[in-house]
Design a protein around this ligand. Structure first.
Ligand code: KIV
Length: 271
């Protein structure tokens, strides 16, 4: 029996081809079936089930508390929604730092149980053995350098990274190592645009930026941020492509008024 695989689906090979052709890659986060369906239908190339779910879905201050099982639960809904886009699931804090074996076991668990296409993890040379082992085991890996929110307690905040020469050199070195290890893509978060351009030219895999300027191979934003749902969060790199917080509050207050004044439900809306 043969299983039909839709050839319109995004693949890591197509992403590499896009880099080679100079075609920009658009990525957004997604955390649930309904919104991910809209994002996929709109034609996004990749959906990242980011551990930012810890913030925007669960209301935590940091990404650190979210677990592997919680990431799998969210990713399953996104995978069901994604007809075209490639789905990447973030490996949460603690799931890949303890040992190579545990990292590979968790990566395989995420792939098997959620049905996603790839995993993403934060860090460079220090997690290279785990990344190599995952890739050798058949798990496609996306790297993440620059501002790595799982290390917020080490950095002491979410400021711009790699401003100084030494950190910039280490980041470029790490990006080359991730590329050579076989990462299919690398996210660069909140670093100077000139450094992001240098990295993008230095590696063969597609580089996806967030707060990393316009010369990366593609861009990623947190869906709730770019839709203007996340009130009060407006770093310089973020553009609001909609203002849904106002829309949602206005719809809800119209509903409340209609319930209170008994104009809802009407005779037409009743059985
Ligand atoms: O968790 C996340 O949403 C991310 C993106 C900001 C790249 O890692």
């Amino acid at each position: 029996m043969s299983v039909h695989v839709q050839n319109s689906r995004m693949t890591t090979a197509k992403l590499r081809q896009m880099k080679a052709n100079g075609e920009k890659i658009a990525m957004l986060t997604g955390y649930d079936f309904t919104l991910a369906s809209l994002v996929d239908e709109a034609g996004i190339d990749m959906i990242l089930v980011g551990d930012s779910a810890s913030n925007v879905v669960c209301g935590n201050q940091y990404t650190l508390p979210i677990t592997v099982d919680e990431m799998i639960f969210l990713t399953k809904g996104v995978v069901r929604a994604a007809q075209h886009s490639l789905v990447v699931c973030d490996m949460p804090f603690g799931s890949y730092q303890v040992s190579e074996e545990e990292a590979v076991r968790n990566a395989i668990k995420i792939l098997k149980e959620s049905g996603c296409d790839a995993v993403k993890l934060e860090g460079g040379e220090e997690i290279l053995p785990a990344i190599r082992h995952m890739i050798q085991s058949g798990v496609p890996v996306m790297g993440h350098l620059g501002l790595t929110p799982q290390s917020v307690n080490q950095f002491g905040g979410y400021g711009l990274r790699a401003k100084e020469e030494a950190e910039a050199e280490k980041l470029l070195h790490d990006a080359k190592l991730l590329d050579e290890a076989g990462c299919f893509s690398i996210v660069l978060e909140k670093i100077p645009a000139a450094l992001a351009e240098k990295v993008t030219k230095a590696v063969s895999c597609p580089v996806i930026g967030i707060g990393a300027g316009n010369d990366c191979d593609g861009q990623v934003l947190v869906l709730h941020d770019m839709l203007g749902l996340n009130q009060g969060f407006k770093p310089k790199f973020l553009r609001h492509f909609a203002h849904l917080a106002e829309e949602v509050k206005s719809a809800v207050s119209s509903y409340i008024n209609a319930v209170k004044d008994q104009s809802f439900p009407s005779a037409e809306e009743s059985y």
